[in-house]
Design a protein around this ligand. Structure first.
Ligand code: SF4
Length: 224
């Protein structure tokens, strides 16, 4: 089954995903730093509190007392002090860098520059480039990566970065065309990994991809 066919099946099952609400690169970084290992609702609550009480421009974050920022990051769960510190570091970097200009750099350089921001790895750098319509890449977070591994697109490698790279190489010849389709693929694969193709005990009997899934044929066990 092709990636496009998978995305179409998932869209038929879950419905067409909404467009991203946050499309500014710095705001996307703040969204990530607003919470850790938390639900989207909790992350949204922390981000909205930041927006309302402090503001989401780099200068607004840089002039606020650190404890005020920690009050916000506490709403997003674990490691609030570390995340508040990272927000300040991100704001300082955004204030000195020209983010719109970075998005126009050659792909490799754009990713390298974005990865200087705290908590921005390869998948997040690609997400920023995809959501801002800068480069037609398919960013995958951990759920989406797991779904595609179970569907047999690429094997699990020794570490996350190697697994991510292997998946991107496997997908390159068949990436869906156009930003709306790429963004929909990212969102639908993420949702599928969170709701049915969970890390432990995937719910294969309810899955719209079951008939084409090699992992389902092995009883939902990826390691066989
Ligand atoms: S059939 Fe099971 S393992 Fe395969 S994609 Fe669906 S939930 Fe995941």
């Amino acid at each position: 089954m092709t990636l496009t066919a998978i995305v179409e099946k998932l869209a038929a099952y879950y419905g067409k995903p909404a467009r991203p609400e946050i499309t500014d690169p710095f705001e996307m970084i703040l969204w990530e730093l607003s919470a850790e290992l938390a639900s989207d609702e909790k992350r949204g609550a922390a981000f909205n509190a930041l927006k309302k009480r402090i503001g989401i421009k780099p200068q607004q974050i840089l002039k606020i007392a650190p404890m005020k920022l920690v009050e916000i990051t506490k709403l997003g769960g674990m490691e609030p002090v570390r995340r508040a510190r990272r927000m300040v570091d991100a704001a300082a970097l955004a204030a000195e860098m020209d983010l719109p200009k970075i998005l126009k750099l050659p792909l490799k350089d754009a990713k390298k520059a974005l990865r200087k921001f705290p908590s921005v790895g390869e998948p997040m750098a690609e997400k920023i480039l995809m959501i801002t319509h800068s480069y037609p890449v398919l960013s995958l977070e951990s759920n989406g990566l797991r779904v595609l591994q179970r569907l047999g697109f690429a094997e699990v490698r020794k570490d996350y970065a190697a697994s991510y790279r292997a998946m991107q190489e496997a997908l390159a010849p068949q990436l869906p065309r156009g930003y709306p389709m790429l963004i929909a693929a990212h969102k639908l694969l993420r949702r599928h990994g969170r709701e049915l193709c969970k890390a432990s005990r995937p719910l294969c009997a309810q899955c719209p991809l079951e008939l084409d899934c090699p992992t389902a044929r092995r009883g939902g066990n990826m390691s066989q």
